[in-house]
Design a protein around this ligand. Sequence first.
Ligand code: GLP
Length: 246
Amino acid sequence: MKIIVKNSKLEAAKYAARLLAEELKAKPDAVFGLATGRTMEPLYAELCAIAESENLDFSRARSFNLDEYAGLPGSDVNSYRAYMQMHLFDHVNFKETNLPDGVAPDAEAEAKRYDDAIKAAGLDVQLLGIGNNGHIGFNEPETAFDSRTRHVKLTEATIEQNQGLFPKPEDMPRYAFTMGIGTIMEAKKIILVATGSAKTGILAEAVLKPASEHVPASVLQNHADVVIVADKEAAAAIPAEYITEA
Ligand code: GLP
């Protein structure tokens, strides 16, 4: 596991965006696993800027997002589909972009369809944020490390973390679709981005304590190619000897 620490949120976002841009240059038909959340906003802004200034061509690349709220159609402004259109997909020319269908009539069938599609495509690189409770995607604490894509109930901690993003907090869905931890771990490379002081404690737990289902992100200790990109605030509790580059 490589841990890269940058001075600011923006510097962390730029570093991670550069990793994605280089991935595309090395493999124009790469399959990207993408994430949402506040952490990713400056990262996608930077990736769009690089795409423009360096003429990045995504026309052979595909993407699969980590998760989507259940009950929201992609046309809903609070859906992750809408987030992705606004921050990335409307600005770069991906061949194909995929998210779970939040309003699929049969949730179990939708989860299986999505998991099968990811497996068939093969993720080259998976981008991750981290929830304040250590979740990755919407894999909440105590999720099995071999879990697959499925329909899940969100925890109170996650509802609290994300409901401020809804005009009316009570409108935040209580269920979601998420790639499973086992699904995520099949990506060839994983980039986790963590910024801000709300993530300091949980990032240290994920990295320093033995991997445990109590902290979903700690599973990354078992993956052969992980880069954690953090700002100084999020990395504040990680001792210097764990840091690859500062
Ligand atoms: C949501 C997403 C996660 C994301 C997390 C962090 O819960 N499902 O995939 O990592 O938020 O969000 P933020 O970057 O806003 O802290």
